[in-house]
Design a protein around this ligand. Structure first.
Ligand code: ATP
Length: 434
């Protein structure tokens, strides 16, 4: 399996992911997506939205603000208990998550893994980023950057069901940024301080909630398969009863085998009506559902599906990376499923003299595909570049094209080449992308 250093270096070299504010030395736990990474990320989001919202009659999407009324986070329990236990080294001042320092269990005070120094007692460290809203900076203006996107789904539950004509069971989905002041961000974009989540809350009757839970576990696993990720690198991990939050009756993680071990990509949980109950309690507003047919009012149960865009993207990168020996060279190729590849096609003029007709072809392709025009350096180097960013098809316009009105299309995976009439290229590629 690829080691992470190699992947991080490829991501920088080819414009997938850069360290944030690199010219100032970076800032730990923040990453920027370059031109290729931004395309890939968009493809993952689009795939989720299409699968979870567009293709389902019983799920609607929303898009809410990053900052919410601070009472939101009192109700959700984040102000009181969204924290990790943290220890500091008294000698070198390094800070750790207590769970990451096994010594702290052996020694009552613990020893620093870096310098052997004595560690402080574990203290709860709240992971929410704080800010102030407005001109004053006091406790009344205190606000938080959301640590998850789902709470506004609960607080807007009534507005959404009023306008959407949905009936229980139905879901509300959203994609957006979330922020957590992780004590030790690590493993590249796996654990960062600013990331993106794709979450859906499915509201249903309590007695049907376990059925829907099973349904969504299955649906979510299939979505990962649909991204083209190898099935043997994905697994479901149901939580043991003692791992469950007190309000959750079931929870299953989708895990992917990362170079640093099996890791959580997504959590699917039966949260009962805990969140709605909390918001009713703290806001004093009625968020119940009235079932007109049964003449009853109740707070629905909720199945949550919560997946990270960045973690999914990392899994896609790790899974796509392949090195193979071609003659005496090592070919690095990102075997993305064509449906999520950053560029679907690239057009190369064989020579500067052919720029005009190849540009024309590429402009036509842009109407149908995400396309790149590449005329820099030798054809061999262009192939190498597009293998490394996973472009499934490269079209070369050569001198013969002027005569036979045909171009060469090279398949990324097989490296086989087809000669295709210029006016049939769109059709040829469309068939490959279905
Ligand atoms: P972990 O145990 O790894 O901290 P979590 O169980 O706290 O994760 P959830 O609160 O269930 O995570 O968040 C749902 C999803 O959001 C996770 O499965 C993950 O994909 C993503 N996520 C959570 N924290 C981070 C982070 N710091 N960086 C990137 N993605 C994250």
């Amino acid at each position: 399996m690829i080691d992470m250093e190699k992947l991080v270096s490829l991501c920088k070299r080819r414009g997938f992911i850069f360290q944030n504010s690199e010219i100032y030395g970076g800032i730990n736990g923040f990453w920027d997506y370059g031109p290729i990474g931004a395309e890939l990320k968009r493809r993952i989001r689009d795939s989720w939205w299409k699968n979870m919202v567009q293709e389902r009659e019983n799920v609607v999407g929303i898009d809410t603000a990053i900052i919410a009324h601070p009472q939101t986070w009192v109700a959700s329990g984040h102000v009181a208990s969204f924290s990790d236990p943290m220890v500091d080294c008294k000698k070198c001042k390094k800070r750790y998550r207590a769970d990451d320092v096994p010594e702290s269990k052996k020694h009552p005070k613990g020893k620093c893994p870096e310098c052997g120094g004595e560690l402080t007692e574990a203290r709860a460290f709240n992971l929410m980023f704080q800010t102030h809203v407005g001109a004053t900076s006091d406790s009344a203006s205190l606000a938080y950057l959301r640590p998850e996107t789902c709470q506004s789904i609960f607080t807007q539950f009534k507005n959404v069901y009023t306008v959407s004509r949905q009936k229980i069971p139905f879901g509300i989905a959203q994609i957006g940024k979330a922020f957590r002041n992780e004590i030790t961000p690590r493993n590249f974009i796996f654990r960062s301080r600013e990331f993106e989540q794709m979450e859906m809350e499915f509201f249903c009757r309590e007695k049907e909630s376990e059925k829907w839970f099973e349904f969504w576990v299955n649906e979510r696993q299939n979505w990962f398969y649909g991204l083209g990720i190898s099935k043997d690198r994905l697994r479901l991990r149901p939580h043991r009863k003692d791992e469950l939050a007190h309000y959750a009756s079931s929870c299953t993680d989708v895990e992917f085998e990362m170079p640093f071990g099996w890791s959580e990509m997504e959590g699917i949980a039966n949260r009962g009506n805990y969140d709605l109950t909390q918001h009713v309690k703290v806001s004093g507003k009625d968020l119940s559902w009235f079932d007109e047919a049964a003449k009853e009012r109740f707070l629905p149960s909720v199945i949550e599906t919560s997946v990270g865009v960045d973690r999914t993207l990392l899994a896609v990168l790790v899974d796509a990376y392949h090195e193979e020996q071609v003659k005496d060279e090592t070919r690095v190729v990102m075997r993305f499923a064509p449906s999520i590849a950053p560029y679907q096609v690239a057009v190369f003029p064989l020579s500067d003299k052919l720029e005009e007709p190849s540009h024309k072809l590429e402009r036509d392709l842009r109407k149908h595909f995400v396309s790149d025009f590449d005329d820099v350096s030798s054809i061999g180097k262009r192939y190498r570049r597009h293998d490394e960013i996973g472009t499934p098809f490269c079209v070369t316009y050569d001198f013969q094209s002027e005569e036979d009105h045909a171009v060469t299309i090279r398949d990324r995976d097989t490296m086989k080449q087809d000669r295709v009439a210029v006016d049939k290229v769109t059709e040829y590629l469309k068939e490959k992308f279905v």
